[in-house]
Design a protein around this ligand. Structure first.
Ligand SMILES: Cc1ncc(C[n+]2csc(CCOP(=O)(O)OP(=O)(O)O)c2C)c(N)n1
Ligand SMILES: [Mg+2]
Length: 558
């Protein structure tokens, strides 16, 4: 049998560790999907729509480091681009692959279906360039291998999404075979001159400082620097705080862990620790309006050492071309012990008192019960909304993972992302916390959890509206049509699935539902938790006020 462009792509995707790719069929990608199916090392997983397909791949990349989504031209790809923007924002290498017009139609003047009705088919490639680190159009088999390899390698190196479009008549065209490749994560070597200078400057900066803290940020995972940051904490013995979007990126059972730094909505003691420190070592942070609580919690100035994925800024100089991992390893070898901030302080613990079993379910009681479900083997995906604040205030057993999408913040992201994550790490317990408003965007992807028998436990927080938006800025637009969320599951099962939909209006009902969910191994369980609309975390209210004040700043005077 002849070897083809599609087979080449499939083999490369399998070589970098993909066991699955996500797809929605359309006539521009059917031949490509046929070719991908020939590869028996990878399974094709179907999604309800292309936005969800992109987010499913995004979740898979969270679990396995890389993912692929295959869609049709324009009507599919343009929907998927939203999720690709999310993957860019969240530093996840998702390879978006779009079917494309027949190579003979490019430049022919023909008008084709699924296009905007003009005769230039380059617009999709042009659009997606802004959302990816590499983007290529394949219209001939000869240069397909080079383009495929460039896109895949760049995505892995940059930890960003990348894009390929393949003319529908080229996907099955004859092509050379790929050779072997070495590893999933090619390491970019550091500039040794720069690294050495950055280490010397950092150690000189550190020497006279006593009250030192590490602040762990959300780019740490993409920089592959989680394990080395634990070694640095072991060596220095100082307090370690995390940023909200980095929840779970540092083990909370580590003796130096001192909680979440998020300005006014920090965990108890953490704001004081960070803001009174004379040395804050920021590891791969993202300081945006949300993470700084409206620009109010942004460590800056002489007391800050900023270690980003590819550069270090300290004592008024910026050192570039440095892999964060190498910098942290260098610091671990040479840094002095700085235990002052860890001494006399303890890790904050969220201790919620058990509510009366028959009392109406509260946000705290729900959070208490979900926290009790977390094990070292759990992945908790938490959607935008009060779920952010509930997830970030929980105590995590070492090894537990939390998935958040705080930079892109697309409501509805969590349902397909949890689906993809569960597909990519089936050995873990998957828990999803999602608000009613968010769920309405992407609810149908629960049907795929049923189809593929993934036992995701979904806590659907029904607080009758966009409570986070009510906290930021209230108006009639924050109140939504109620659904029978638990009732949807029977419709998705359609008599042939093992999904379970349950209601919980009291603590006892929730307990009972959780027991059933844990026992349901052949499909998802959605537990609709009814919570009063004004029952939310104080963190959400305080953070919302600050963000609202920032959003409503008046235009600068001329
Ligand atoms: C795609 C998209 N549209 C709109 C928004 C604005 N937005 C942010 S949070 C939110 C409401 C979330 O409501 P819900 O999921 O019910 O969570 P709750 O705050 O009630 O816990 C909205 C509409 C967004 N983030 N993303
Ligand atoms: Mg809500």
């Amino acid at each position: 049998m002849a070897y083809t462009v599609g087979m080449y792509l499939a083999e490369r995707l399998a070589q970098i560790g993909l066991k699955h790719h996500f797809a929605v069929a359309g006539d521009y990608n059917l031949v490509l999907l046929d070719q991908l199916l020939l590869n028996k090392d990878m399974e094709q997983i179907y999604c309800c729509n292309e936005l969800n397909c992109g987010f499913s791949a995004e979740g898979y990349a969270r679990a396995r480091g890389v993912a692929a989504a295959v869609v049709t031209f324009s009507v599919g790809a343009i929907s998927a681009m939203n999720a690709i923007g999310g993957a860019y924002a969240e530093n996840l290498p998702v390879i978006l692959i779009s079917g494309a017009p027949n190579s003979n139609d490019h430049g022919s003047g023909h008008v084709l279906h699924h296009t905007i009705g003009t005769t230039d088919y380059g617009y999709q490639l042009e659009m997606v360039r802004h959302l990816t680190c590499a983007a290529e159009s394949i219209v001939s088999a000869e240069n397909a291998p080079a383009k495929i390899d460039h896109v895949i390698r760049t995505a892995l190196r940059e930890r960003k999404p990348a894009y390929l479009e393949i003319a529908c008549n080229v996907a099955g065209a004859e092509c050379v075979r790929p050779g072997p490749v070495s590893s999933l994560l090619p390491e970019t070597p550091s500039d040794l001159t720069s690294l050495q200078a950055a280490l010397d400057a950092s150690l000189a900066w550190l020497a006279p400082r006593d009250r030192v803290v590490l602040l762990v940020g959300s780019k740490l995972r993409a920089a592959d620097a989680q394990a080395v940051s634990v070694e640095l904490a072991d060596r220095m013995g100082c307090a370690v705080t995390i940023m909200a979007a980095a929840k779970g990126f540092f083990p909370e059972d580590h003796p130096c862990y001192r909680g979440l730094y998020w300005g006014e909505v920090s965990s108890p003691g953490a704001q004081e620790l960070v803001e009174s420190a004379d040395g804050i070592i920021c590891l791969a942070p993202v300081f945006n309006d949300y993470s700084t609580v409206g620009w109010n919690a942004w460590p800056k100035g002489d007391n800050v050492l900023l270690a980003e994925p590819d550069r270090v800024t300290v004592a008024g100089r910026s050192y570039e071309g440095i892999a964060l991992r190498d910098f942290i390893k260098g610091m671990t070898a040479r840094a002095p012990s700085k235990p002052a901030t860890a001494e006399g302080t303890t890790a904050p613990r969220l201790e919620l008192a058990q509510a009366k079993g028959h009392a109406p379910l509260t946000n705290d009681e729900m959070t208490r019960q979900i926290q009790a479900l977390l094990t070292k083997n759990t992945t908790l995906t938490a959607e935008t909304g009060d779920s952010w604040f509930n997830a970030t205030r929980m105590n995590l057993p070492g090894g537990a993972r939390v998935e958040l999408e705080m930079q892109w913040g697309h409501i509805g992201w969590s349902v397909p992302s949890a689906f993809g994550n569960a597909m990519g790490s089936q050995d873990r317990r998957h828990i999803l916390m999602v608000g009613d408003g968010s769920f309405q965007l992407t609810a149908q992807e629960v049907a795929q959890m049923i189809r593929y028998e993934l036992p995701v436990i979904i806590f659907l927080v029904n607080n009758r509206g966009y409570v986070i938006e009510i906290a930021i800025h209230d108006g009639p637009y924050n109140y939504i049509k109620n659904w029978d969320y638990a009732g949807l599951i029977a419709a998705f099962n359609a008599g042939e699935g093992h999904g379970l939909g349950l209601h919980a209006k009291t603590g006892d009902e929730l307990q009972d539902a959780i027991e059933k969910a844990v026992a349901n191994k052949r499909g998802p369980t959605l537990i609709e938790c009814s919570i009063a609309r004004d029952d939310c975390t104080s963190e959400l209210v305080n953070w919302g006020k600050r963000v609202a004040a920032t959003n409503s700043r008046r235009p600068a005077a001329d």
